[in-house]
Design a protein around this ligand. Structure first.
Ligand code: 3H9
Length: 699
């Protein structure tokens, strides 16, 4: 049982104890129900306090139980809340640290609530693609007013208890405790003081109205429609809260239930719940325990003041960690610092950064032309040209100058980190830290684990990533690591689609409609088509048999590198980023087809999407099988945070699971018969074939 029962004189205290956050799983609910029964059956008990052990009152329903029979097994959360409401003796919720979701809903069933300052109060269900399903949409408006409650429910954002307590007319908290330390004692005293109060107050009996209900809810609907495209939950939250203002409490509760049951089954909710756990799982490395000692990172050095080096530096400056940037020439340093300054100034102008914070960040930045001045840095990140010879020189120099114990990181996006480590006499200190451009904005950090990378180095980099607000995912060493190794296959398919009859805008539109932030051709134009060109030239030497469409090379031979040259797959007007379909490119593709003797065919959007996404999935399966990624959900995190994969689809591997791996393999078999495509390309990875045959999933 995961709730403890203890008598404090004539007050029974039931303490939920289900670490880490007292999730209201089956055993906790049983514990609460038993505690309530026991207290009500004991004549010596006059009042009851419910609280939580450890670091939360309660984080809400146990998300692990969703979709399993345990979630609704009796006593379900509704039944527990009904027991609380109908208790003969007053029940007081003693809230501290975290009261979220079902945890807050449980407290709203209590007759009284006392909160410690600093507690995070939220109904965050919308972030999981659902709505509060245990009365939250009906009770919160009754204690906070319709508008405040709806804002909290639609945003899911936590609000501090002391702020809520100050709202005029609020009935959420009957009392604030002086501190968390005194909460329990004060709650017991309060419970004793209301022991004889009758009738016992119930939130459900409070009135709930909005003076301009129709107009207000119409306005709210318009707001969420704009904000929450592709996510059904926010609009349903509005419906549920509206129901709280319209009729009997029980009717509102029934409406909430109906909407909850609908939402919990949507693929969007499954995706968001998957992401919740995927995010937390990614921070754990199977053979690097949580208590692995870490190195202290008090200062950072960055080699290279280009776009990447500058963006990387900003992450650390934002976190209050001093950075020294090194370049070969003063002009390059000046340019790099000017760009960082310009980025911060833009944030100040937009009101996103206070000017004193800006000064503070810039004061943490220093520059040098001399490697020796970096010697005391705890971490050095190299962001120089992507060429092994250049990396070799940098790492040999770092090995010579850096103090013992410094972490030597490379921002390489494709090169062999083991080889880079071999340029030093301390391969245990070498790790890949692959940031994504723009590095000060993109959430993803691929942490590349070399064969000899120390566990303490990995543990340090993972916790540093959290400090600089990145989503870190560990990748083994291979060409392109997780993200770029997969994107290469996606890019190859995009090229084959052009050869067969599609246009760049058709491909982009189809995949953008699927939900990608940007299609492959608009993306190429933004990142620079010359980058892929350089990689393909290197690959042509290393993998001479790899088949590509030649269209991308031809584009580059025309000097059409993308936005930076004013022309790429699309045309661009100077100073603008709008992609305008290019007649010249269409003609170039048509000529190319003629050369190959291809008669173009009309390709359906569905085929485009499947070929691009299943290309990712198949390579993802290989990456899993090779042990480059530890889990399928890590691959999903890479694509969600680094490549603009739609959040509401949960990442390529979850998407494949939802489509069904059998169906994915069937589609691949169909593509294999396509005469223009590379038949070998569509051979299902052994892991994918096996899981599909066994009716299993990646996750
Ligand atoms: C709900 O209540 C539905 C009802 O309305 C209706 C029902 C009928 N369940 O984030 P952290 C785990 S829906 C299971 O790193 P922090 C988490 O996986 C629920 N597990 O810590 C992690 O495990 P591990 C509405 C949960 O201190 C560990 O706790 N509630 C749950 O930075 C630590 O998590 C929410 O959506 C849970 N509900 O932040 C709250 N919550 O160590 C979601 C956490 O094995 N949770 N875990 O990786 C949060 O926002 C944060 O976790 C919280 C703590 C603020 C609580």
């Amino acid at each position: 049982m995961t709730a403890e029962y203890k008598l404090h004189g004539d007050v029974a205290v039931i303490t939920m104890n289900n670490p880490p956050v007292n999730g209201l799983g089956y055993a906790t609910r049983v514990g609460l129900a038993n505690g309530l029964d026991r207290a009500n059956g004991d004549n010596s008990v006059k009042a009851i306090v419910i609280t939580g052990a450890g670091k939360a009152f309660s984080g809400g329903a146990d998300i692990n139980e969703f979709g399993s029979p345990k979630a609704s097994a009796e006593p379900n959360l509704h039944s527990v809340i009904r027991m609380v409401e109908s208790s003969d003796k007053p029940v007081v919720a003693a809230i501290h640290s975290v009261a979220m979701g079902g945890g807050l809903e449980l407290s709203l069933g209590c007759h009284y609530r006392i909160a410690a300052p600093g507690a995070s109060i939220a109904l965050p269900e919308v972030k999981l693609g659902i709505l509060p399903g245990a009365g939250g949409t009906q009770r919160l408006p009754r204690v906070l007013g319709v508008e405040t409650a709806l804002n909290m429910i639609v945003s899911g954002e936590p609000v501090k208890s002391e702020l809520l307590a100050q709202l005029p007319g609020q009935k959420l908290f009957d009392r604030m405790a002086a501190s968390q330390a005194s909460l329990l004692e004060e709650a017991i005293a309060f419970a004793r003081s209301v022991a004889d109060a009758r009738p016992l107050p119930l939130v459900r009996n409070l009135p709930c109205k909005h003076p301009q209900g129709d107009a207000y809810f119409q306005f709210a609907r318009n707001m969420v429609k704009g904000m929450a495209k592709n996510f059904p939950a926010p609009a349903k939250c509005v419906d549920a809260v509206e129901a709280s203002t319209q009729g009997r409490f029980e009717d509102g509760l029934a409406r909430e239930r109906e909407l909850f049951v609908y939402l919990v089954q949507t693929p969007e909710s499954a995706a968001l719940r998957h992401v919740f756990f995927a995010e937390r799982a990614a921070s754990k490395i199977p053979d690097v325990p949580a208590d692995t000692p870490q190195r202290e990172i008090k200062s950072v050095a960055v080699i290279g003041a280009g776009t990447m080096g500058g963006g990387i530096s900003m992450n650390f400056l934002n976190a209050g960690i001093p950075v020294t940037v090194l370049e070969m020439k003063q002009e390059a340093l000046d340019r790099g610092v000017a760009t960082i300054r310009k980025n911060y100034e833009a944030q100040v102008k937009k009101g996103k950064l206070k000017s004193d914070k800006y000064d503070q960040r810039m004061s943490l930045l220093s520059t040098t032309l001399d490697y020796k001045e970096l010697k005391d840095a705890d971490l050095v990140i190299e962001a120089v040209f992507e060429e092994m010879g250049v990396k070799q020189k940098v790492f040999e120099t770092l090995d010579a100058v850096m103090k013992p114990g410094a972490i030597l990181a490379s921002n390489t996006s494709t090169l062999d980190v083991n080889k880079i480590a071999s340029f030093t006499k301390r391969p245990q200190d070498v790790v890949g830290m692959h940031f994504f451009s723009p590095a000060n904005v993109m959430k993803l950090l691929e942490v590349v684990r070399g064969a000899k990378t120390g566990k303490d180095v990995l543990a340090t980099v993972m916790s540093l990533a959290k400090k600089i607000k990145k989503t870190a995912v560990v990748s083994g060493v291979c060409d392109g690591f997780i993200g770029n190794r997969m994107i290469e296959q996606y890019g190859r398919q995009a090229g084959f689609l052009l050869d067969e009859g599609a246009t760049p805008q058709q491909v982009d539109k189809a995949i953008e409609k699927f939900g990608f932030a940007m299609g492959p051709f608009r993306m190429g134009d933004l990142a620079g088509n010359d980058i892929g060109w350089a990689i393909r030239k290197r690959r042509a030497v290393e993998h001479p048999n790899m088949l590509y469409s030649r269209t991308a090379d031809k584009l580059c031979e025309l000097g059409r590198f993308g936005q930076k040259t004013g022309a790429g797959w699309y045309d661009y007007q100077s100073g603008k980023r709008d992609a305008i379909p290019s007649q010249l490119v269409v003609k170039m593709i048509e000529d190319h087809r003629k050369e190959l003797g291809i008669t173009p065919r009309k390709i359906a959007d569905e085929e485009i999407v499947q070929r691009l996404v299943f290309a990712l999935v198949n390579e993802g399966a290989r990456i899993l099988e090779d042990g480059i990624a530890s889990r399928a959900s890590d691959i999903d995190m890479v694509y969600l945070t680094g490549y603009g994969f739609p959040l509401y689809r949960g990442g390529p591997m979850l998407y494949a699971d939802q489509v069904g791996l059998f169906n994915v393999v069937q589609a691949m078999k169909r593509f294999q018969r396509n005469p223009r495509d590379d038949a070998k390309f569509w051979e299902p990875a052994p892991l994918l074939a096996r899981l599909a045959a066994e009716g299993k999933t990646f996750n």
